[in-house]
Write a protein that binds this ligand. Structure first.
Ligand SMILES: *[C@@H]1O[C@H](CO)[C@@H](O)[C@H](O)[C@H]1NC(C)=O
Length: 85
């Protein structure tokens, strides 16, 4: 594993909570296994608390700009990558 014990990404983002229709600031940490772990705060991660949630990113595609996002929509008229038919 070339990235063994390395952090692929960490930083803050907003997470939309469907239950109460609110945006929450979360600290996100992606370790060498590519799982996306999110925490209430950076302090929670530093204290080695369990993540609030984990998203397995296998099969996902990372888009880094709005242009890429719009291109994806226009080039795939009805199906998105990974969509089951
Ligand atoms: C990664 O961490 C483990 C456990 O601490 C250690 O055994 C291993 O040698 C580390 N690998 C690298 C590439 O640093």
């Amino acid at each position: 594993i070339p990235l063994e014990n390395k952090s692929i990404f960490s930083g803050s983002l907003f997470h939309y909570l469907e239950e109460n229709k609110k945006w929450r600031n979360r600290f996100v940490f992606v370790p060498d296994n590519y799982n996306l772990n999110y925490y209430d705060s950076k302090a929670a991660h530093e204290r080695h608390l369990h993540p609030k949630g984990t998203i397995n990113c296998a099969g996902y595609k990372v888009l880094t700009s709005m242009e890429q996002y719009l291109d994806l929509f226009s080039s795939s008229s009805s199906s998105l990558p990974g969509e089951r038919r």
